[in-house]
Design a protein around this ligand. Sequence first.
Ligand code: AMP
Ligand code: GLY
Length: 421
Amino acid sequence: MNILVIGGGGREHAIAWKLSRSGRNPRLFVAPGNAGTAAIATNLPVKADDVDGLAMAARDHHVDLAIVGPDGALAAGVVDRFRDAGLPAFGPLRAAARLEWSKSFAKQVMAEVGVPTAAFRVFDDAASARAYVREHGAPTVVKADGLALGKGVVVARTVEEALAAVDDMMVRRVFGAAGDRVVIEEALSGQEVSVFCFTDGQSSSPLVAACDYKRVFDGDRGPNTGGMGGYSPPPFWSAELERKVQERCIRPVLAALAKAGTPYTGVLYGGLMLTADGPRVIEFNARFGDPESQLILPRLENDLIDVVEAVVAGKVSSLRLRWSKATVGVVIASGGYPGDYPTGLPIAGLDHAAEVATVFHAGTARKGDAIVTAGGRVLIVVGQGEDLAEARALAYEGAARISFANAHYRRDIASFAGERA
Ligand code: AMP
Ligand code: GLY
């Protein structure tokens, strides 16, 4: 069986790694992949949003099944294109992935079916958006409607910050067309948690949960990043909370999309905030999370190929997912990230680290015999244990064994000091 994983970050390394452990011995391709995926799969030099290039590569390599990682590929319609070519692909069609590529669409669906979320308004012109901000004050949250490489959300503490965000998005158009429409919403507070279910559009699996850390420095200080680490399952996650989130936040949305004739299939990712008034949805993503995949896939006891096939074949109701143990992941980043940073630095200690933890590559490349840095987030080192404490000890033991010039990682991942855990 030939499987193509689309994407090239830590998430795609984790997906390929999990597939490589299948008893069904698949042949794996990753487009474009990284130095980590190169060790377990054949990397193909095709960009993740090059829909035609991917379809061509899939035909050339006799791909039986494709798994889509990044949001951009889904928004570009890669699943639609594969389906038209008769190639099974895991992920929602573009019309259902709209839940992620249009924040106003997601809000509208949630409002229609009564899913708890922040109160919001949608604006297509800057003057009305500004007037609304002045009238409603701060704190408030300004979001570009479309995809903005994870940077389209501004949690504004002051009216000035919110007005600046409106100008950046709608007037200066720093995110291009993605910011021509904005959502302005109520600022919520509480513990954040990411939840995931597999769905074929009709049935959905129970949720698995993980938490990540967005700020670059210990104690949640410094600028936002793509994620500096995380853990699964969260200590506060319970069967009761799972049921509540499933019933109030997930199933109504899946039912609404099915009813609209655009059933959602693949993995649905809910970003939630556990507020004093109960769980509320911050956003939906139409794919696996990064770094959450690196935390949840090592916990999945099922063969991932069986799971993906059940989703594609519409047989999720017969799936029995089993999640075991606990994981903690520590991201090793380039010094300077999320600002400017150097690349091409040789990385030492990867094999030594792999004796105690699983090392997923995010921004790496091969240079001769060496593996070198090639991005801001370079690696994520995942420890797995009977509980979070054991997983954490192994993750940090692994991280300590890896070195490159000016490497930086947070020391407080899953330490729960001062957190509501
Ligand atoms: P996103 O880029 O959509 O993942 O959002 C980035 C982060 O912004 C989220 O993880 C939250 O921490 C924060 N955020 C988004 N919406 C809200 C909100 N309504 N209230 C408070 N924080 C929010
Ligand atoms: N963990 C954030 C994301 O995958 O978008």
